[in-house]
Design a protein around this ligand. Structure first.
Ligand code: AMP
Ligand code: MG
Length: 336
């Protein structure tokens, strides 16, 4: 494992060619996607994928999402059914991951021994170019130490994994900012959402023409190895500072806080509380902006030396993003 700091590569054509060659040789490369930065390896090379688990300190029971150029490449890795074709045609490239029965070419290590594989065609133009240049599908979980806050800039990746990997491709800040929606299509007549993301259950239902059940809020018990989606584990995406959720933050509540607490509002407050530090996800309460800023704000607050973080939930209006933000916030709270 390299002891030197990872290089952040600007996306020049020569660098993209070099990074594609590194991926083909079995090396790891952190890649920008529209959701969060991923830590990529050749998905067909089990030895290369083992490096992902080692670098992230990720348990082998947590399967990896495989990134593809599109449906044609997906069909080489999984048994693609009509529901998958419909969704891929509608939402790919984009923040939707399909769980399908896998073909033997996908190493068991990638799927943590499951007979299904999770597939997604990312929309980020640099990663699409890298996928085409590499000519292989790329297994890529988020490029952060396991269970910490996901990275949405190249610098976040360097802060978390800088001494454990060599290459980071800089694609700027991620435009969506939360991980993909995951839908289980192993049984195409009973699709089921496993993780909320930017693509909502309502949008999926509209395209499929049937109901798509969403995951229930909080699990009573933490997920165990062997359960279908360990990415839904109770504790995930967590800052080191204790975090508590508040439905809405009132001024009266803020006045009673210990002075080492920090408040994280969904929307910039009209008046500031001088006593404690305050952060916000969005200037005017726009969901897309809040999702885009979520992890950067949590990271900033986590480095602020606060005793605890009190976070306001996103108002659940229609739409996948509020559900996705609140899902990640709920999991940032739990301590196993
Ligand atoms: P991430 O760590 O953000 O890349 O998310 C990867 C997540 O995708 C895992 O933790 C699982 O929740 C989900 N996933 C990957 N492969 C599968 C699979 N074969 N079946 C179900 N969920 C999967
Ligand atoms: Mg992750």
């Amino acid at each position: 494992m390299p002891k030197t700091q990872a290089s952040i590569h600007s996306p020049t054509p020569a660098n993209l060619r070099r990074l594609a060659a590194a991926l083909r040789r079995g090396e790891l490369v952190a890649i920008p996607t529209e959701t969060v930065y991923g830590l990529a390896a050749n998905a067909l090379d089990a030895k290369a994928c083992r490096k992902i688990f080692r670098a992230k300190r990720r348990p082998g029971s947590d399967p990896l999402i495989v990134h593809v150029t599109g449906l044609a490449q997906a069909a080489g890795l999984a048994h693609v059914n009509p529901a998958a074709i419909r969704l891929a045609r509608h939402f790919w490239p984009g923040p939707l991951t399909l769980v399908l029965p896998k073909k033997p070419v996908v190493p068991d290590l990638v799927t943590a021994g499951r007979s299904s594989v999770a597939l997604r065609a990312p929309a980020h133009p640099l990663t699409r170019r890298l996928l085409r240049l590499a000519g292989v599908p790329l297994a890529a979980p988020s490029a952060n130490p396991f269970a910490y806050i996901s990275p949405t800039t190249a610098e976040h990746v360097r802060q978390g994994l800088g001494t454990r990997i060599r290459h980071i491709l800089d694609g700027g800040p991620c435009p969506v900012g939360v991980e993909s929606t995951i839908i289980d299509l192993r049984n195409p007549t009973r699709p089921r959402m496993l993780r909320p993301g930017a693509v909502s259950a309502a949008e999926l239902a509209r395209v499929l023409g049937c109901r798509v059940p969403v995951p229930r809020g909080r699990r009573k018990r933490p997920a165990k190895a062997g359960q279908i989606a360990p990415g839904l584990m109770k504790q995930h995406y967590s800052p080191k500072t204790p975090l508590r959720l508040i439905p809405t933050l009132s001024r009266a509540m803020a006045a009673k806080l210990p002075c080492d607490a920090a408040l994280i509002y969904f929307r910039r407050p009209i008046a500031r509380t001088a006593r404690v530090s305050e952060y916000w996800l969005s200037e005017r309460g726009a969901l897309r902006e809040a999702a885009r800023n979520l992890y950067a704000v949590l990271r900033r607050a986590d480095r602020g030396g606060h005793g605890c973080l009190l976070v306001e939930l996103a108002p659940v209006r229609a739409g996948g993003l509020a559900t996705a933000i609140n899902d990640r916030l709920r999991r940032a709270v739990s301590r196993l």
